[in-house]
Design a protein around this ligand. Structure first.
Ligand code: CDP
Length: 207
């Protein structure tokens, strides 16, 4: 029996950390779907066509060490507005979601478009300022040269593109539990997410 957990939210809200912890807690596989768009964005930055790149992504593309850079993040959110790119990535995500044993997927449209039937849906968010501070610290740790105002502008530009695109815009699924991590520690956010999933688990899959 499979159990799908959909975790959506805006840039740098803490989805990645929460998703990994939730997957480990429930013993489920995890897919960071943002990596798919980042991998397409990275290929486009080298001159490739976006749709062609989306159609032939390989596991090696998802391991490139440039994927976390700010340039690739912006390129990802641009290719993510192209319906043909999104369409090329749907089957892989849906198959992953329904793998035996279940899965956690995080992204922007998991609970609304990719897995509208997911057993548990979380929408993880935080204020733009807090998200920018967190991403700024991450980028500094990677050795990137940037400033907080620049990161805040990038986060806002990406939020705007993600929320206003016509195809699969970022929005809260009607049945999602909203977790605002602005004032939460990582531990508190993870505990809140696990409790929310527990509350959605059907009695026959509860251990
Ligand atoms: O880590 P962060 O939250 O900053 O971004 P990400 O999850 O790696 O996603 C990078 C970009 O890919 C986002 O800004 C979206 O434009 C796009 N994306 C999407 O459109 N749909 C998804 N399911 C996941 C990511």
């Amino acid at each position: 029996m499979s159990f799908t957990i959909a975790i959506d939210g805006p840039a740098a809200a803490g989805k990645g950390t929460i998703s990994r912890a939730v997957a480990a807690h429930f013993g489920l596989a995890h897919l960071d779907t943002g990596l798919l768009y980042r991998a397409v964005g990275a290929r486009v930055l080298t001159g490739e066509d976006a749709e062609a790149a989306a159609r032939c992504l390989s596991a090696a593309d998802l391991e490139a060490d440039t994927l976390r850079s700010a340039d690739v993040a912006q390129a990802a959110s641009k290719v993510a507005t192209i319906p043909q790119v999104r369409a090329a990535l749907v089957d892989f995500q849906r198959a992953f979601a329904r793998r035996a044993g279940g899965a956690v997927l995080d992204g922007r449209d998991i609970g609304t478009v990719i897995c509208p039937e997911a057993e548990a849906k979380l929408f993880v968010t935080a204020s733009a300022e807090i998200r920018a501070q967190r991403r700024y610290r991450e980028l500094l740790e990677q050795g990137a040269e940037t400033s907080l105002p620049e990161v805040l502008a990038d986060v806002r530009a990406r939020d705007d593109r993600d929320m206003t695109r016509a195809d699969a815009p970022l929005k809260t699924a009607d049945d999602a539990v909203i977790i605002d991590t602005s004032e939460m520690s990582i531990e508190a956010a993870v505990a809140t997410a696990i409790a929310a999933v527990e509350a959605r688990r059907a009695p026959d899959v509860a251990s």
